[in-house]
Design a protein around this ligand. Sequence first.
Ligand SMILES: NC(=O)c1ccc[n+]([C@@H]2O[C@H](COP(=O)([O-])OP(=O)(O)OC[C@H]3O[C@@H](n4cnc5c(N)ncnc54)[C@H](OP(=O)(O)O)[C@@H]3O)[C@@H](O)[C@H]2O)c1
Length: 333
Amino acid sequence: MFAYSYSRYGSPDVLEKIEIPTPAPKPDEVLIKVHATTVSAADWRVRSLTLPKGLGWAGRLMFGITGPRKPILGTDLSGVIEAVGDKVTQYQPGDAVIGFPGADLGAHAEFVIMPAEGKLVRKPDNISFEQAAAIPFGATTAYDFLVNKTQIKAGDTVLINGASGSVGSACVQIAKHLGAHVTAVSSGSNVQMVQQLGAERVIDYRREDVTALGANFDVVVDAVGTLPWSRAQHLIVPGGRMLLIAGKTSDIIFGALKARMKGKRMIGGVASESRDVLAAVVDLAERGVFAPVIDRCYPFDEMRAAHAHVDTGHKKGNVVVFFTGKNQSNALE
Ligand SMILES: NC(=O)c1ccc[n+]([C@@H]2O[C@H](COP(=O)([O-])OP(=O)(O)OC[C@H]3O[C@@H](n4cnc5c(N)ncnc54)[C@H](OP(=O)(O)O)[C@@H]3O)[C@@H](O)[C@H]2O)c1
């Protein structure tokens, strides 16, 4: 099988297309023929070792000190079960699935092994393989922060910074679905798209200063890393919460302490990856409540170009890499 591999941290040029033996599933595993995957912000961070400030050495310990420990990137996949291990009863060859290897990586390959009980669900028939691959990374992060960690409720006022990215575009849709009133922050070229996703008001960060909005929000979400506690605190009502999805380690630690002293709460850290959360967001997509935004689709052979686009830091939603089928554009475009 073919895969993209890298042996040193760096630009998209470190990626090499290689041919390696197709693995065989163990008794409790499935072998998936990948139809589509994504290049996520995590792929960019791990490939280039561009980690949030304060995580440098921890990151090297986690991902490999002198070079990458896991040579194949890729956090998301959609595909079809090719083979199952002896003990697997829930899937059979031919089943279409959505997988979220997440931090385990490995989806930039023609075939991927996953535990049958892992972060894997059936792909609904009304979702294409390209859309399916674009669901896990952004939507599971948004769901875990907004639903599991924060319990956003109808009527809450929510400010979402970075609303046009993979995580932000999912946050807007999920917050809207929960009945929240969403104010979003994006650049001018993405204002219309973010409005279509459900934002009632959109601030163009290049023209307006979001910190001048006043104390209007029950919840402030930073999915970029430009709105830390020091800039956002006065926007949050007493008893309100700040979700620091992207930001420096020191902002998470000291922000949390300062928030507590002001009777507010800061929630940061890493989204928990689970099959339950994946199933919840796939259900939202099947019901048409959530539609992953797709910026561009690249054929597998153009993996480096897909990474280069993600490296700009200005993708809209998700960048998909496909093996088979036609290039699919987003219904919202
Ligand atoms: N805590 C966790 O567990 C967790 C999980 C997933 C991701 N993350 C982190 O969350 C961040 C977002 O991930 P992602 O996948 O959504 O990234 P992404 O899709 O690459 O985000 C790109 C978007 O950010 C917007 N943007 C750039 N600068 C901005 C600014 N100054 N103000 C507002 N928007 C701006 C861009 O919009 P314009 O083109 O309009 O500028 C673009 O649409 C990353 O840092 C990622 O590492 C954390």
